[in-house]
Design a protein around this ligand. Sequence first.
Ligand code: GLU
Length: 421
Amino acid sequence: MVKAGSNNNVNTYEVAQQQIKHAVEQLELSDDVYERLKAPDRVVEVAIPVEMDDGEVRVFIGYRAQHNNVLGPYKGGIRFAPGVTADEVKALSIWMTFKCAIARVPFGGGKGAVACNPAELSAKELERVSRKYMRNMVPVLGSKIDIPAPDLNTNAQVMAWMVDEYCNIQQYNDFGVITGKPLDVGGCIGRETATGRGLMYAVRAAADVKGLTLKNAKVALQGFGNVGSNAARSLVKQGCKVIGVTDIGGGVFNSEGIDVESLINYTRQTGGVKNFPGCEPIDNTSIFALDCDIILPTAVENQITADVARHIKAGIIAEGANGPTTPAADEILKEKDVLVVPDILANSGGAIVSYFEWVQNNYSFYWPEAEIEKQLEQKISEAFEHLYTYTCNCSDTITMREAAYMYAIKRLADTMKIRGW
Ligand code: GLU
């Protein structure tokens, strides 16, 4: 279980709004663009009463934020996490809009959440929470309106319960209402591993421009869930050496490299990386100070603070998590000339393969695995190249994150103008 929420009193929603304001100013666009993008179009908050196994009723709070749909239906995951707030969901919905704009998939941005701790729920309770969330959200969702997907602590099974609930209510099958489903209910081959594999393509492109060879490049990861473990696995295939991994329960370090496949098996058995044989322990902050080439924050928001950034030795950070770097840390990393591949590009592999899933659902025609892999590689590599060139053309002092916001906001502003918004 990964814990979400804000660290160090950084409000992610305010951060997202500042990022928009900054980009609008740099682009010298009208303030109307900021006003239009600074808050979601709609935020729905619902009470979800659920009967627990012991017969008691508990009421969970659920959210869905729909930020902007000028480029297509709202799109974005649903996270289950204790302490999740409306502000967090709003920020994440904003980032989805920009992510889809950069990846050039025809979606807007949305995000959902349920404030709950899935580790404390039985499978039946989890199913009831998932189904009830969907029942409450049916009026605002749809395959042409708003399409959820997995996020922190949700997975293909949760999506299966939700899509089943939706189809039962509508009295017809419309699998395209949700992506990240199991294969038998219209899922897409490779969707589950797509964010991690996409992150590898982003790292590969970043290494290329930095003149770093991936063979024997040292990698450290904070977070070893779906994104982290699949990214590590893919990077090892490229010749990288994973030297440090942490998760919420602890961390492990070995300068000679960790056997990632064995670590994945170990976490399946024990629930975490802690005490993996042959390694020294390391904590969730020290992991960032390791003597390595590439850092992958693949957990939650606000992990790389200014303090953490000061100790970073790696030349590349690729953000698998959403919003892992605070604005103050960004300033320091810019001074240190660390190439930060921003979340809205680096972790877009999930959203991209979600798009492939949705297209296949709409056509009821399913592609072979090789086609999906080829298209994912192409989309991320093109998005990186495009954004990197755009960054270099903007000015010497601009970061890839600033350029990403500018690029996405320009696209959105142009489309809103054409549509007469
Ligand atoms: N939750 C993932 C993200 O933050 C995937 C979203 C999607 O596939 O819609 O990018």
